[in-house]
Write a protein that binds this ligand. Structure first.
Ligand code: GLN
Length: 479
C-alpha cells in the first residue's frame, strides 16, 4: 500500500496502524524512501539510525498487538543533533563534538521511548544552536524545500526541513530564542516554544540555560499538541523543571475563567526598521481572519518589548561562555595536542568551534568580566525582569499577543553571514517569550507572492499552551 505522506497526521497514522492497514515498519520505510531521494540535496539529516529503526518498529508493533499503544506509538520522528540519544552521536553540528557519543538518554528521549516512537535520525542545526539559518553548522547548510536557494531558518533548520519535505512526520527542535518558531515559519510548519521548565532540559546540550527549551514541530497544531503532551512533565534531573503540583496549582487558578477572546497587538513593536511589507500585509490579513472568527483585536502598548533583543544578546552570550567552558580539550570533545596546557585550550577551542560560536564566547566572557558584569549582565537581568512584568500586566487585559513570527521570509543562502547584526534581527519577535519563560507558537499564515511561507506568532501567559492550541486550531481551519 502506498502511504500518502503529504497529508499524513499522527491521528491518521495511528488509526491506520490500529487497523493494520500498514505496519510500523512500512510507515518508517515510506519515510526512509523519501530520505533516500531528498536528503542528499536538502541536508536535513546528519545521520539516519538504520539499525535502531528496525528495533524500535518491532517494539512499537508489539505495543499495538498488546493493546498498549498510544497516539505516538510507531510515529516516525526526527531529533535535533543536540538531544542525547544513548549510544548515538550528538554533535550539536560542531567539530568539537564530532565523535561525541551520548552515554544516556535525554528526558524527552526516555519519554518518547516509553511511547514507542521510531526515531529516524538526527538533524542538522546551527553549531551549538547559535544562528538563524543552519549555515553555521560544521556539516554544511540545510536547504529550504520551498526554494532550494534559500535558508530553512535555524537553529533547528534540519528538524523543520525533515517534516516540511516528508522525511519525518514530526520532529523535535530546541529553542533559546526562536530556533523552533523561526524555522517553522520559514518552512510552513507549526512550531511551539513551551513554557520554560515545562519540558526537562536533561540531556539537551546546553546553550543558554535560563532560556533553553525543547519544542515540537509538525504540520498541524494537533500533531504538535500530541507531541508536546508526550514529552512534558517533571524530571528530578533538571532543577528548573516544573513539578506536577506547581503546574496544577497554576492551572487551577485559571479554572472556570472563560476566554476573553481578546487578542493584543503590540503595535509600536511592529513599526521597527527592516520589517518586510509582505509580512506586514500578511499579518493584517491574519488579524482580519481572527476577527472573522469572533476574536477582538486590540492594540496594546509596550515600552519594554523593544529592549528584548538587546537583553537577549547580553544574557545569552554570558550563559554560552559559561556553558561551553567545559569544551576545553581536556574534559569533553576535540582535543588538539600541544606542548603546554594553555595551547591545548587555545588550539582545541580554535579548531573545534566555528566563527559564530567563538564570537559569542568572546562576547560572553567580556560581559561577565570584572568591571563589566554590573554594567552589562546585571543591568540586562533587571531589564529582563521589567519585560516579564510588563507582559504579566498586558495579559491582565488580553488572552494572548500576536505578531509575525519573523520580520521577513526565508532569505538566500549566504545572505547575512557577514553581518551578524542583520542575522540577529531574525530574533526580534521571538525574544520576549524566551526571556519571560512564557509559551509561544508559530502557525503558517500564508505565503509571499514568490511562494515563501509566512508565520503568525501567538504568545500566551505562563503555562497556557492550551490557549495557543485552541486559537491555533481555530486559525488553522480557515487558512
Ligand atoms: N537565532 C538565535 C540565536 O542565534 C537562535 C538561538 C536558539 O533559539 N537556539 O541566538
Amino acid at each position: 500500500m502506498k502511504i500518502n505522506l503529504i497529508d499524513l497526521t499522527i491521528e491518521k497514522a495511528h488509526n491506520s496502524l490500529l487497523k493494520d492497514e500498514y505496519t510500523v515498519l512500512d510507515l518508517a520505510n515510506a519515510y526512509l524512501a523519501v530520505i533516500k531521494e531528498k536528503n542528499e540535496e536538502l541536508n536535513a539529516y546528519l545521520e539516519i539510525f538504520y539499525t535502531d529503526i528496525i528495533k524500535q518498529a518491532e517494539v512499537a508493533q508489539k505495543m499495538f498487538q498488546a493493546g498498549t499503544s498510544t497516539l505516538m506509538t510507531g510515529i516516525p520522528i526526527a531529533i535535533k543533533d543536540n538531544i542525547l540519544f544513548e549510544g548515538h552521536i550528538a554533535s550539536a553540528s560542531s567539530k568539537m563534538l564530532e565523535n561525541h557519543v551520548a552515554v544516556y538518554d535525554a528526558f524527552v528521549i526516555k519519554k518518547l521511548k516509553m511511547e514507542g516512537v521510531v526515531i529516524l535520525g538526527r538533524t542538522n542545526m546551527d553549531e551549538f544552536a547559535m544562528g538563524s539559518s543552519t549555515q553555521t553548522s560544521a556539516y554544511g547548510a540545510t536547504r529550504n524545500p520551498h526554494d532550494m536557494t534559500r535558508v530553512p531558518g535555524g537553529s533547528s533548520g534540519g528538524s523543520a526541513v525533515a517534516v516540511a519535505s516528508d522525511m519525518a512526520l514530526v520532529s523535535l527542535g530546541t529553542e533559546t530564542c526562536g530556533s523552533v518558531r523561526q524555522p517553522s515559519s520559514f518552512c510552513g510548519l507549526v512550531g511551539i516554544k513551551p513554557t520554560y521548565g515545562s519540558i526537562s532540559r536533561s540531556g539537551i546540550i546546553a546553550m543558554g540555560s535560563s532560556l533553553d527549551q525543547v519544542g515540537p514541530m509538525g504540520k498541524t497544531i494537533a500533531d504538535v499538541e500530541i507531541l508536546y503532551n508526550a514529552i512534558y512533565g517533571h524530571d528530578i534531573l533538571d532543577s528548573t523543571s516544573l513539578s506536577d503540583k506547581f503546574r496544577r496549582t497554576v492551572l487551577g487558578e485559571f479554572k472556570g475563567q472563560s476566554f476573553k477572546k481578546r487578542i493584543g497587538v503590540p503595535r509600536e513593536f511592529l513599526k521597527g526598521e527592516g520589517i518586510n511589507e509582505e509580512v506586514l500585509k500578511n499579518f493584517d490579513e491574519s488579524c482580519q481572519k481572527l476577527k472573522n472568527l469572533g476574536y477582538e483585536i486590540v492594540d496594546v502598548s509596550s515600552d519594554m518589548m523593544k529592549y528584548s533583543l538587546a537583553v537577549y544578546y547580553i544574557i545569552m552570550p554570558a550563559e554560552v561562555s559559561s556553558n561551553l567552558a567545559r569544551y576545553d580539550g581536556i574534559r569533553y570533545g576535540l582535543s588538539v595536542d600541544a606542548s603546554n596546557l594553555y595551547d591545548v585550550y587555545a588550539k582545541s577551542k580554535g579548531q573545534g568551534f566555528g566563527k559564530e560560536v567563538r564570537r559569542r564566547l568572546l562576547l560572553g566572557t567580556y560581559i561577565l568580566s570584572h568591571g563589566y558584569y554590573d554594567a552589562y549582565y546585571n543591568k540586562a537581568l533587571k531589564v529582563r525582569d521589567m519585560i516579564k512584568e510588563e507582559l504579566l500586566n498586558i495579559f491582565k487585559d488580553v488572552d494572548v499577543l500576536i505578531t509575525p513570527t519573523v520580520p521577513f521570509p526565508a532569505f538566500k543562502l549566504g545572505e547575512k553571514m557577514d553581518d551578524p547584526i542583520a542575522m540577529y534581527m531574525c530574533d526580534i519577535f521571538s525574544a520576549p517569550a524566551n526571556l519571560a519563560g512564557i509559551p509561544a507558537i508559530s502557525i503558517p499564515s500564508g505565503k509571499t507572492v514568490d511562494g515563501l511561507p509566512l508565520g503568525l506568532q501567538i504568545t500566551a501567559p505562563y503555562l497556557r499552551e492550551d490557549i495557543l492550541f485552541s486559537i491555533g486550531k481555530d486559525f488553522e481551519k480557515r487558512v
